[in-house]
Write a protein that binds this ligand. Structure first.
Ligand SMILES: C[S@@+](CC[C@H](N)C(=O)[O-])C[C@H]1O[C@@H](n2cnc3c(N)ncnc32)[C@H](O)[C@@H]1O
Length: 322
């Protein structure tokens, strides 16, 4: 039995018997005017962050959500899109699709604006999406891709890239871990399926996205997630797992490499009104400009004593260079 079969069985069980503690998220539930999230959806919140960001959702985007869980984030996406078949939900586990279908019926009762027809549910695999090329504006997954081993992760990201329109965005939330994990943890199929032992360091996670061709990456949030301790898990060290929210945008790859925004900013504090690096970045005096890590390196290489470059906050929310 492969780890993918273990994953399938675990989420079949989680569909049939909701498991509140399965993927604890510290994210508050979205509270928006007129939006009521049914309790059953909250109990089946198996994600580790949010992939729903209003600024991704202008101009009636066509939305794809892979790994539906109890349907909570699909309902949140539908809140913004409000059109027949505006959101496509794909899951490999028929029982999970059935549970979310039932939950959407409950959501209809509690949300007068919502109709189940806003969401098209399809059985399908993240590794082979039943979706046409270049047809999606916003693709999302929450807490699924961290389960995949390297080759499958590559396939899953390539599939998302394939179905996105140019400049479309892949919005994701996943656990990440900066510490090495031993092979016992890595090869424990159940812990992997539980989103505990597949997580990568942020740099490797981002590299998997840029290797697939995404030219712009935004790290939008980084939060504490879980601890694997020697008493309860096969490890002799305490392992700290975080979760991140990331958007990968299908912009063309710049000739000098991807723009990865990790929340850095540059501030010019010299004698002039502004500093122009003649490479597309103008820093107005004492005003922060959000910069990608590549620009941060280029500005730092100038070794000026009138430009301050801040550390990554891992909380980038738009604007700035590139
Ligand atoms: C950790 S849960 C996350 C659910 C949901 N995204 C959320 O935030 O609550 C993983 C989801 O992916 C589904 N899944 C597992 N393997 C899959 C695959 N290969 N392709 C598509 N979906 C899959 C599971 O059935 C489950 O709904």
């Amino acid at each position: 039995m492969s780890y993918l079969d273990t994953t399938h069985d675990l989420y079949k069980e989680a569909a049939l018997t909701p498991d509140v503690g399965l993927c604890c998220t510290t994210n508050p539930i979205w509270e928006l005017p007129g939006l009521t999230i049914p309790t059953i959806m909250q109990e089946m919140n198996y994600g580790c962050g949010s992939t729903v960001h209003p600024r991704d959702l202008t101009n009636n985007p066509k939305i794809l959500y892979v790994g539906v869980g109890g349907g909570m984030e699909l309902l949140q996406f539908a809140y913004f899109s409000r059109q027949k078949a505006g959101v496509i939900g794909i899951d490999a586990v028929p029982e999970m699709l059935e549970a979310s279908r039932k939950n959407f019926k409950e959501a209809e009762k509690q949300n007068p604006w919502f109709k189940s027809e806003f969401i098209t549910l399809k059985k399908g695999d993240a590794l082979n999406l039943p979706v046409e090329d270049n047809t999606i504006d916003v693709a999302a997954q929450n807490c699924l891709f961290n389960i995949f081993k390297a080759e499958d992760l590559k396939k899953a990201i390539a599939e998302m890239y394939r179905v996105l329109k140019p400049h479309g965005r892949l919005v994701m939330s996943d656990p990440v871990c900066e510490q090495p994990m031993n092979n016992t943890l890595r090869n424990d199929d159940r812990l992997r399926a539980l989103c505990l032992s597949g997580s990568l360091p942020i740099k490797e996670y981002v590299k998997a996205l840029t290797d697939a061709g995404f030219g712009t990456i935004e790290i939008r949030a980084r939060k504490p997630y879980r601890i694997l301790d020697p008493k309860h898990y096969p490890t002799d060290k305490l392992i700290y797992i975080e979760s991140i929210e990331v958007a990968a945008i299908k912009d063309p790859m710049p000739a000098d490499g991807p723009c990865v925004f990790t929340g850095k900013a540059a501030i010019y504090f010299g004698e002039d009104d502004y500093f122009d690096d003649k490479a597309g970045h103008v820093l107005f005096k004492n005003q922060p400009l959000a910069i990608c890590d590549k620009t941060a390196e280029l500005l730092a290489a100038l070794e000026r004593n009138d430009i301050f470059i801040s550390e990554s906050t891992f909380h980038y929310d738009g604007g700035g260079c590139c």
